[in-house]
Design a protein around this ligand. Sequence first.
Ligand code: TRP
Ligand code: SF4
Length: 326
Amino acid sequence: MRQRVVSGMRPSGRLHIGHYHGVLENWVKMQDSYDCFFFVADWHSLTTEYADTSGIAESTREMVLDWVAFGLDPSNCVVFRQSLVPHHSELNLILSMITPVSWLERNPTYKEMLDNIEQRDLSTFGFLGYPVLMAADIILYKATRVPVGHDQLPHLEITREIARRFNHLYESVFPEPEALLTETPKLLGLDGRKMSKSYGNSIYLSDSAEETSKKVLSMMTDPARVRRTDPGDPDVCVAFNLHRIYVPQEKLDEIIPACRNASIGCVDCKRILVSCMNEKLAPCRAKRQELAVNPAFVDDLLREGSQRASLISDAVMNEVRAALKF
Ligand code: TRP
Ligand code: SF4
């Protein structure tokens, strides 16, 4: 039996290359060796976006176009939307009954967001319960592996505790899912800060070749390399982080000494990067454009995927209700 993987992303719109190398690329690889369920966590978006939900539908569409264009194969994994499988909500309710508030209050992500986010009022029941909904998402499919980044580890620990508590109180229905840590260093954005939509420093998967070129040419390099004649250091160069991903090793072996002895200028060096990036991204970008032509593509895909997911979740909920003697 293959291990079952469940993972979700909140609908955040078009994905940038940091999302790709941090998460999506890993999902794509897992499709062949695990029984995979990947979903749009639109109910999770409500925990922070409840006052303005207008962007969620469009963000869902853009994100799923990226998922499929850049390698998720809906015939090889189940791609669905959380809110189309109401069992997530039913299980969330049941799990909320057995989850001590203290587990949620000591969650470091909760405390941090409550302290740092001032534009929104996050003192809601739903926001406190974020990890309970996430636990429901995962154990509803009896997942055994959950690919997550470091930031989500506390949530996964709560999931394991909730599953354990359910099994202990009623019947042993749920496996305790293990984290599959995605060990990818944070990708830096154009300005040298972490690549993030909110900083406006991102290169998107769906950017055109021209946009990519413009962005890369504006990207920070080695801040100490002021004049063309100054020697540079690829190890502190912001752009060079992308070279390492996109430029073939033989080429890097030429660029590194050329940068250190100032025989190559940053503009030429970044042009090499641009052409490698655009070459690598072109086929998926073309596929994305084809998929986007059909306005029903994403809706149809998510509807079908959600029906497939429901087959599993329905059976698990029957076990849950039986365990509760309902
Ligand atoms: N909390 C995750 C995030 O913010 C998204 C998410 C929701 C998730 N439910 C999940 C991830 C279940 C893995 C499994 O990125
Ligand atoms: Fe960075 Fe290339 Fe400029 Fe060196 S030559 S500082 S590696 S952009």
